[in-house]
Write a protein that binds this ligand. Sequence first.
Ligand code: XMP
Length: 322
Amino acid sequence: MAKIEEIKIEEFNTQEFIAEKIKEISSLVGEGLAINALSGGVDSSCVTMLGHKALGERLKTYFIDNGLMRDGEPEKIVLLFKDLGVTVELVDAQKQFFAALKGITDPEEKREAITQTFYKDVFGNLVRKSRAEYLLQGTILTDVDETVAGIKRQHNVFEQLGIDPQEVFGYKIIEPLVQLRKDGVRKVAEALGLPESVYKRMPFPGPALSARVIAEVTPEKIKIVRLATSITEEELASTGAFQYMAILHQDRVTGMRNGKRDYGLQIEIRCWDSIDARCAKPSRLPYDTLDRLANRIVTEVPGVVSVTYNITSKPPSTMEAV
Ligand code: XMP
């Protein structure tokens, strides 16, 4: 497999990049059809706009509701793109994802279950239904690096692992952003006319909230981490940090509530300063901010008695817990 040549942010012209990628997508797909999945993150939003500029109606865009997204996310993203003139079809695949995740505790097995459900079951069906030959997706260079290095199997990397998507899933994959890192993608997103809420959007992983539940993922645990995530995002929005998140731990700890013992849940908060996610340091948040956040979580999230703040850098930590 040829090494992917990185395009550094200092050395690229966004308009030339956009024109080149539109040309490349048009010539690869020809008169055929393509599909893509939009999650609303900056990578998939960029690919959606590039694809629509290249293919118009011949690109069909879906939002896969895997049941693992943040509060109200599927509906918000569909509406946002409607305003940009792009029709996005919402696909309810919640049952399929929870069934695939049932009983799995190992982090890499969880990632594999998500990958297979996405690419084989859900996309496989959509490709057959739509008769598309191509899937456009927003893999970036950091996803490839970490997967190839064996750190984490990112949900969207195949060819670099020697997996031929055509053979395994029955369609070809086009990755227009694979030479860029996050900072470069943000520049392209801005140049494509996407709103600030998209091009400055905090990264969110493909496996979504399942990357933030230690051990088995269930609808009940997702509900808890989703609520903690909303509070964390509200309280830390003004920090300007690269990424912040709430993680639900498996271990319980003894707490007390109303004068009684409460053997309850633990939430870990992580808040990262980073440029491109390759390395990261925990933000030095003011103690008052942490205090307010912890108080809100133990008050508003049922069953939680402990909130901790991660003070470890990447490496050796990674940003997501799973
Ligand atoms: P880690 O946890 O590997 O995260 O230090 C680095 C950055 O990548 C995001 N991330 C993912 N993004 N698919 C993605 O598209 C994935 O499977 C995935 N795993 C982690 C993470 O949120 C962080 O910004």
